[in-house]
Design a protein around this ligand. Structure first.
Ligand SMILES: Cc1cc2nc3c(=O)[nH]c(=O)nc-3n(C[C@H](O)[C@H](O)[C@H](O)COP(=O)(O)OP(=O)(O)OC[C@H]3O[C@@H](n4cnc5c(N)ncnc54)[C@H](O)[C@@H]3O)c2cc1C
Length: 470
């Protein structure tokens, strides 16, 4: 059968694949083009078909057939990725995991959850919560993004400072290789050093080395206390001093340290944004802090003590401490209201990382670069500063063509300070051209070696991250 497929036309190939996925498992024509190609994209999906398998076995058969035919294939989850990793073009086929969304098991004793890759992050949160447990990954796209996409991008989010990135929350992975081989590495243990840790091949590799079909997640005990506060700070040196003071004083319970530069704070607390400003709008920096602990009374007393010590030592100008769950949610809703940047069109969003001690000078350098190139510009700055991760949303006039100049201003200064062009979101197509600013020739050569070994026909997400031949 496969020989026939090799010689077949696209129509024959699609007919073969339709047989694998059965009724409702394949979309073509306007059912493909009428689907938005991303959460913030108005363009429809451009591809020959969307395949929607239900089982690992079906994924395996699809890949075996496509590999034999040299047919490019791109995995898609919730389409919330921000670097065009999931984008397709004519001639390619989408492999959507949307129908593989079962939560197979929650084990409260082992504190693990076994899921299919298409499950939405919020469903994982809810299932863990029902058992008094927590899956710590939390990002703004929680209602749409899938565990497979989180794994493929090694998603980070708001609690990395305490719980690490997705890499630290996944114990096992089942993945299908380009030739259809199913590699079941569904480890349930925290410690397993019997040879290579194969799941790492599929975490953060953006669907370029295999399709993630199932995973074992590490859950944590649900915190019994959650303290959230917003602090106003007068300069960046005090922001970094506050980070140290909070981390040391809170004894390991600090779970978020988010910084909003003045212009981002104003944006998300001024209409049409729906949040009213919890603090006056004229401080240079705002820090959203969260601590999660196991003893509400003691945790509250401790955070109050750390707060007053920081206040006495002049680190804080002003503060609001959430006294109810509703207030806590409001503070987070303000931080998460990133969509407000789309009041500006076009706006270019960035996600980079660097040493915290380089950050203030780096932001100033980026702004100087933007001014030199564009004169007029707006650069909203915010980020997970506790993790050395900064976001920019840059508007520099009405010309879409400004993007290249903005990218130069943001990425180029990172090379000399050893920063990364991608803190969280991956490389996709969007950052491919800049990969060499953050990775040396030998690193990129090894990436190519891995790609060639696992996907010799180059069918998995071709052209993303780097060109296979280099
Ligand atoms: C409002 C908002 C806030 C966000 N905040 C954060 C944040 O704080 N931190 C952060 O890290 N990210 C953040 N993101 C981006 C983040 O990368 C994605 O939300 C998420 O991890 C991608 O999941 P997805 O299911 O949408 O994947 P998609 O967007 O569909 O795909 C992303 C990549 O993963 C690959 N992929 C998808 N599924 C699979 C699979 N099963 N097997 C192999 N490859 C696969 C795709 O080919 C593509 O390369 C945010 C996005 C939004 C919209």
């Amino acid at each position: 059968m496969l020989d026939d497929v090799t010689e077949s036309t696209m129509d024959d190939l699609l007919a073969t694949l339709a047989n694998v996925v059965g009724d409702g498992g394949m979309l073509t024509g306007t059912d493909v083009s009428s689907r938005a190609s991303g959460i913030w994209r108005s363009q429809g999906i451009e591809a020959e078909a969307i395949l929607r398998p239900r089982t690992t076995e079906e994924v395996s058969r699809i890949l075996a057939i496509c590999d034999e035919a040299g047919q490019p294939l791109v995995a898609q989850g919730g389409l919330t990725g921000l670097v065009e990793g999931h984008i397709t073009q004519a001639g390619e086929i989408v492999l959507s995991l949307e129908r593989m969304n079962d939560i197979e098991e929650v084990n409260p004793v082992e504190r693990t959850m076994t899921v299919q890759a298409g499950v939405v992050l919020e469903a994982v949160h809810n299932a863990a919560d029902e058992h008094g447990l927590m899956y710590p990954l939390d990002i703004g796209g929680r209602g749409s993004c899938t565990l497979g996409g989180n794994i493929a991008t090694n998603a980070g989010g708001n609690r990395v400072i305490r719980y690490g990135m997705t890499r630290d929350m996944v114990l096992g992975v089942e993945a299908v290789l380009a030739d259809g081989t199913v590699v079941s590495s569904m480890n349930h243990m925290i410690k397993n050093n019997a040879g290579y840790d194969l799941k790492q091949l599929f975490i953060g590799t953006e669907g370029s080395l295999g399709i993630v079909t199932r995973a074992v997640l590490r859950l944590r005990e649900k915190p019994r206390s959650q303290e959230t506060m917003l602090l106003a700070v007068s300069d960046f040196d005090r922001v970094t001093a506050l980070l140290k003071a909070m981390d040391a004083g809170l004894g390991g319970t600090l779970s978020a340290f988010e910084v909003l530069w003045n212009n981002f704070y104003r944006l998300v607390t001024t209409p049409p944004a729906t949040q009213t400003p919890p603090l006056p709008q004229d401080y240079p920096f705002y820090v959203l802090i969260e601590a999660m602990g196991g003893d509400p009374q003691a945790d509250h007393a401790r955070i109050e003590q750390v707060f007053s010590e920081a206040h006495e030592s002049g680190l804080i100008e002003d503060a609001v401490i959430a006294t109810s769950e509703a207030q806590r949610r409001e503070l987070w809703a303000m931080r998460d209201d990133v969509e407000q940047v789309h009041q500006y069109k076009p706006v270019f969003i960035f996600d980079v990382s660097l040493r915290v001690s380089d950050m203030d000078a780096y932001v100033a350098q980026v702004n100087r670069g933007l001014e030199a190139t564009f004169g007029e510009y707006t650069n909203f700055v915010f980020g997970h500063i506790g993790d050395g991760n900064i976001h920019f949303a840059v508007a520099a006039g009405e010309d879409d063509g400004a993007q290249d100049g903005v990218k130069q201003a943001v990425y180029q200064p990172l090379k000399s300070i050893g920063g990364s062009v991608s803190a969280e979101h991956g490389v996709g197509l969007d950052k491919k051209k800049y990969l060499n600013l953050s990775r040396n020739d030998e690193e990129i050569a090894l990436m190519r070696t891995l790609k060639r070994a696992l996907d010799p026909n180059g069918i998995l997400n071709p052209g993303k991250i780097f060109d296979a031949a280099g």
